[in-house]
Design a binder for this molecule. Sequence first.
Ligand code: HEM
Ligand code: HEM
Length: 173
Amino acid sequence: MLDDPRVERTRLKRPARWALYATLTILIGSGLGWLAARYGSDIGAASIDQLRRLGVEALMLQVHGAAAFATLIALGAMFTHHVRRGWALLRNRVSGAVVIAALGALIVTGYALYYLVNDASRATISVAHWLVGVAFAPLFVAHVVIGRRASERRARHGARGVKKRVAAHSSAR
Ligand code: HEM
Ligand code: HEM
């Protein structure tokens, strides 16, 4: 039964799933924290002094860098089974490809922010990076929700199909 591609699931085991969610929450949270520190005081919501602001920004980037490394490890791990099997079984391909494309853009712009930017390009690359970053959260949630709904539907239909086959088999005896 487990070998049946109609009912095979590409779900992550619970610890892996929660580790991934925690990593992405810290990644996105630290990015948003940096944005709040940098631009929050401009809109007067909380006027903190410059030095404190720079301190918060630096802390957010330290956390963000660590979460970004962990995300790269998680992404590599996702390719070994989840992405390969999901792709081969033609499931959730569009939203999965969007998630990978967004992460690819974040990795390239993140690398550029750290190693390549100069005074002229910094602001543009920074905005490109965090715009994709902010969009990434709803895209990722959509991927999870669409994938899970489809797999629950499949599981229900699969179970019904199995019940029907069992009933037909026992009435034939
Ligand atoms: C083309 C690439 C991808 C494909 C085809 C794909 C496919 C799928 C499928 C079929 C599901 C439903 C799983 C089920 O409930 O049985 C799913 C859910 C999910 N996907 Fe993907 N995926 C892709 C990329 C990714 C990436 C890159 C990540 C993470 C960075 C990811 C994270 C998740 C998570 C967390 C879930 C929810 C699974 C659960 O509840 O255990 N996916 N995906
Ligand atoms: C795999 C995904 C990601 C990677 C590899 C990544 C990497 C990086 C790197 C290397 C930096 C520069 C750090 C520094 O200058 O010390 C950075 C900055 C930043 N990231 Fe990300 N990041 C990712 C996802 C995100 C997400 C999801 C957000 C969501 C809001 C985000 C928001 C930011 C912000 C606001 C900055 C500061 C921009 C600046 O210094 O001008 N990042 N990121």
